[in-house]
Design a protein around this ligand. Structure first.
Ligand SMILES: *Cc1c(COP(=O)(O)O)cnc(C)c1O
Length: 432
């Protein structure tokens, strides 16, 4: 399989280059060159498998020819020792919980599969690969957990001092070994600037093999298509299934489109956003107008210029009408989100954090066709991660899951640095 750039179909890269470089040379995003659909019988058979089996089959198709089937299977087994959990709420409505990974967030799916691929490329070439990540919270934790103890790979994580939650900080700093946390006396933008500078430092790059674990990496997109199949299988392979997806950078819903192109009988797809409604506005007006991002209570979706819009456009031949036939999108502000959280709790006894509540709000707008075409909304974070909003909205406190209780007891291991490039560069060079 080759991967092509969304900006130029003729610019192609093999898997290793697409994964290690992240972005195409022309600034575009990578997509698999061919997506050969499974037959419906194959889809049903695959979807009834374990999550690891689904991963092996779906990645086997999307990465075919790039890696041995056996290698892909081993990666799926190592990456996913956990499953997504489907919780039925009514005859035709269910929530698919994607937060049962080690950091209790759906970013675990992408980060762990990426770690497997990068680890494979490091081993194959017998070299050390250094992953650089600037994080404002969740992504960094998933990356740290995903790459922890991956041979041949070390991770440098930069986060802004005092600007991540105590829980997030623990997730970034308590690993040690091949995970190196840098607590930067500055902002998230300072962290990003340091990472950017390192990537453009030719002398440094002659010494170290650098890669990013950026959310636009094709290796993070591929595994996100697995849980669409797994929801379908858990529902007993009905005649169709519709999904509502809480969206920020629109990677998650793009993976839903990949699943559909692979033959999954997806009836409708709807993306829910918060006030950062660039995509709903785009679908309505046909003109793409990115905006500054605004702070909301569903802050993992505070994105004013979603990077995957390029993939969405390219997958639909650049036609807004085709895109409109493929997905719809709706926005909810913070007050509406809180109403949705209350409604979920009062009607179904289901405790949801704000991103999940937005997905529920979007699911209510899907056509109701009964249990032959159930509606599934994706839950992207464990309620504990947004316990303050839940406390404020529902007047309930979320019990701390056992995994986190352990985490909170661990020591913080971080190197505190000023946002000066020379300091960071020295630190990188002297990493063990
Ligand atoms: C990242 C994230 C999202 C948004 O996913 P995209 O793929 O960027 O659309 C939604 N919810 C949570 C909790 C997230 O961390």
């Amino acid at each position: 399989m080759m991967f092509y750039s969304t900006r130029n179909h003729a610019l192609r890269a093999p898997l290793e280059q697409a994964v290690l470089e992240g972005l195409a040379g022309d600034g575009g995003l990578f997509l698999p060159e061919t997506i050969t659909p499974f037959s419906l019988d194959e889809v049903k058979q695959i979807s009834r498998g374990t999550f690891q089996e689904i991963g092996a089959a779906v990645a086997g198709r999307l990465l075919s020819g790039s890696l041995e089937a056996e290698t892909i299977r081993d990666m799926a087994i190592r990456a996913f020792p956990f499953d997504a959990v489907l919780v039925p709420l009514s005859e035709d409505l269910a929530v698919h919980e994607l937060f049962h990974g080690p950091t209790l967030a759906f970013k675990d799916f992408g980060a762990r599969f990426l770690a497997q691929l990068v680890g494979h490329f490091a081993a194959r070439a017998d070299r050390t690969i250094t992953v650089l990540v600037a994080t404002s919270g969740d992504t960094g934790g998933a990356v740290a957990a995903g790459f922890y103890r991956t041979p041949g790979v070390r991770v440098a994580l930069l986060y802004p001092q005092g600007r991540v939650s105590p829980l997030q900080e623990k997730q970034l700093t308590s690993f040690g070994e091949n995970i190196h946390a840098f607590e930067v006396r500055g902002s998230f933008d300072d962290c990003q600037a340091l990472v950017k500078k390192a990537f453009s430092d030719i002398e440094l790059r002659s010494r170290l093999t650098l890669t990013s674990a950026n959310s636009i990496n094709i290796a993070r997109l591929v595994p996100q298509s697995f849980y669409y199949f797994s929801a379908y299988g858990k529902l007993g392979c009905p005649s169709g299934v519709s999904f509502a997806v809480p969206s920020g950078n629109f990677g998650n819903i793009t993976a839903g489109i990949l699943a559909k192109r692979l033959g999954l009988p997806v009836t409708q797809l709807i993306a829910g956003t918060n006030r950062n409604d660039t995509v709903p506005r785009y679908l309505e007006s046909g003109s793409y107008q990115p905006a500054e991002s605004m702070l909301t209570i569903s802050n993992a979706m505070d994105v004013g210029n979603p990077s995957n819009i390029e993939r969405l456009d390219t997958l639909h031949g650049g036609s807004i009408d085709e895109l409109r036939r493929s997905i719809s999108s709706v926005r909810f502000d913070d007050e509406e989100t809180k109403v949705l959280m209350r409604e979920l709790h009062e009607t179904y006894g289901y405790l949801a954090e704000p991103h999940t509540a937005i997905a529920y709000g979007a699911a209510r707008l899907l056509d109701r066709k009964g249990k032959d075409v159930p509606r599934v909304f994706l839950s992207t974070a464990h309620p504990i991660k947004f316990s303050e909003v839940i406390q404020e909205t529902l007047h309930l406190s979320v019990p701390i899951p056992a995994e986190l209780a352990d985490l909170l007891k661990r020591d913080k291991l971080a190197q505190r640095i000023d946002p000066r490039y020379e300091t960071f560069r020295e630190a990188l060079i002297s990493l063990p």
